[in-house]
Design a protein around this ligand. Structure first.
Ligand code: GLU
Length: 472
């Protein structure tokens, strides 16, 4: 049974890179009817925050990436928050110490730092050995630790040999003999290091496949050595290439929005973001890029995940968002428009009305936040003062006075009011309608006039005409 996990550290919002990793794991799990686990790696106490854990989960749920086991839903291999598993890491570290595959270190952090500097000053790689630490384990030091209630750190005795890793995505990677020195499994504050906690958890949670970012490739050699020390077969591991900005540099804040939360706030739809993320480093066999999650699940495989970095193209994502804004049922979108309107202090008649406002601008939208630009005049009166010929002025005022008395006109009736006036007064239709548009919206282009008039209603239309002509 395939079991994969997404293991974010709750130190910030969900970045597009993390979201893509989560998505690939999710697609892989669903493709093979496996289990997708969410594990929170919160052992960096200084940087981890519960609020980020909640935000991460919210972003994943919003994207439609649902987990089968995790801190909130539980599961047979919990707890799923590393900070609640500290006793497990200690137990497994002590086991390695008993088997002489790891050892206790009584050095203080500044002493370890000094060792490191000494090695570097001799042009040696900062690789520790058991012998280097022996000098600190004096009887006095051990007593001092006991008196202060301190725990010695536990270091892993890294075998000095070549380790070969067969990556699911990158192929064979050879880590030469002595490419890493001994490293900490548990720190003196009792916290496990990432590499140790990750292996213990992947092992105990029965993870079969690890799919993660290639920034973790250098960690893999350490992790493989720990599996070997436990006498356990490691999961199959694949590293997905990183995401670059359009300029070829690592994707960062400089390139604009990078977190799922930000894209959501800017009016991106989850359908668009998920579709776009899936294509960052993976391509479906049929080159058909617009896909629902169900289609992605059907088509997903790791052998179509690229070894090369993916380029994040905000323009393509924007285009895709526009596509989904037109494709998703409007009923599903309306509620998401409300915050943009309310944030401007604007009000709307009702949801049905708002839906129609949306429908008349959606063809030009690339993100939901654009409603405040493209449809502002539906919510606020424009500031216009029309300079028009007398016949047009009279025609517009006549329309206004006819509309003023009406409450409820059908679309056709409304249109007829204008048509009749243009016809009977022999007005230049183009000129008339251009000025009418100006009076109602303050702009020279926008949605169909008939939609604008219908949505504003007769009274408001009349009011705006008069205001623009300086009457009243
Ligand atoms: N907590 C690690 C991270 O957020 C997880 C890496 C892994 O998947 O092993 O990068």
């Amino acid at each position: 049974m395939v079991r994969v996990r997404f293991a974010p550290s709750p130190t910030g919002f969900l970045h597009v890179g993390g979201a893509r990793t989560a998505l690939f794991n999710y697609l892989f799990a669903r493709r093979f009817n496996g289990v997708f686990v969410l594990r929170i790696e919160d052992t960096d106490l200084a940087r981890s925050e519960r609020i980020f854990e909640e935000k991460l989960m919210e972003s994943l749920r919003w994207l439609g990436i649902h987990w089968d086991e995790g801190p909130d839903v539980g599961g047979p291999y919990g707890p799923y928050r590393q900070s609640e598993r500290l006793h497990i890491y200690r137990e497994y570290a002590e086991k390695l110490v008993r088997e002489d595959k790891a050892y206790k270190v009584y050095a203080y952090p500044e002493e370890i730092e000094k060792l490191r500097e000494e090695l570097l000053s001799k042009n040696l790689p900062p690789h520790y050995t058991r012998e280097m630490f022996e000098q600190f384990a004096t009887r006095e030091r051990i007593r001092e630790y006991e008196e202060k209630g301190l725990q010695p750190a536990i270091y892993f005795s890294m075998p000095r040999k070549t380790i070969v890793h067969n990556d699911l995505i990158k192929g064979q990677v050879v880590f030469g003999e002595g490419s890493v020195g001994d490293f900490a499994l548990l720190r003196s504050n009792g916290m496990p290091t990432y590499n140790f906690a990750c292996v213990v958890d992947d092992m105990l949670m029965r993870i079969t496949h690890v799919i993660r970012g290639d920034d973790h490739l250098p960690n893999t050699v350490k992790q493989l050595a720990i599996y070997e020390a436990f006498g356990v077969e490691p999961p199959q591991i694949g590293h997905v290439s990183m995401i670059l900005g359009p300029d070829g540099k690592k994707l960062s804040k400089r390139h604009g929005a990078t977190s799922v939360e930000e894209f959501r706030a800017r009016g991106y739809l989850p359908e668009a973001l998920v579709n776009y993320l899936a294509l960052l480093g993976w391509s479906p066999p049929d080159a058909h890029e617009i896909m629902s999650v169900e289609e992605m699940i059907e088509k997903f495989s790791l052998d179509r995940v690229s070894k090369n970095p993916a380029i994040f193209d905000p323009g393509k994502l924007r285009w895709m968002n526009g596509y989904y804004i037109r494709k998703v049922e409007p009923e599903k979108i309306v509620d998401s428009l409300i915050p943009y309107i309310e944030s401007r202090g604007w009000t709307y008649k009702n949801k049905e009305w708002l839906k129609h406002v949306f429908l008349c601008i959606r063809d030009r939208m690339h993100s939901l936040e654009e409603i405040t630009d493209l449809a502002d005049f539906f919510f606020i009166k424009p500031n216009v003062s029309l300079q028009v010929d007398e016949p047009i002025r009279k025609g517009l005022l006549e329309c206004a006075s006819r509309l003023q008395q009406e409450n409820d006109l059908t679309k056709e009736q409304l249109v007829n009011v204008f048509r009749e006036v243009v016809k009977t007064s022999k007005l230049n239709a183009k000129d008339f309608y251009m000025n009418l548009r100006k009076a109602l919206t303050g702009k020279s282009e926008g949605p169909e006039l008939v939609d604008i008039v219908t949505l504003l209603g007769p009274a408001e239309t009349a009011l705006r005409i008069k205001k623009a002509l300086g009457v009243e």
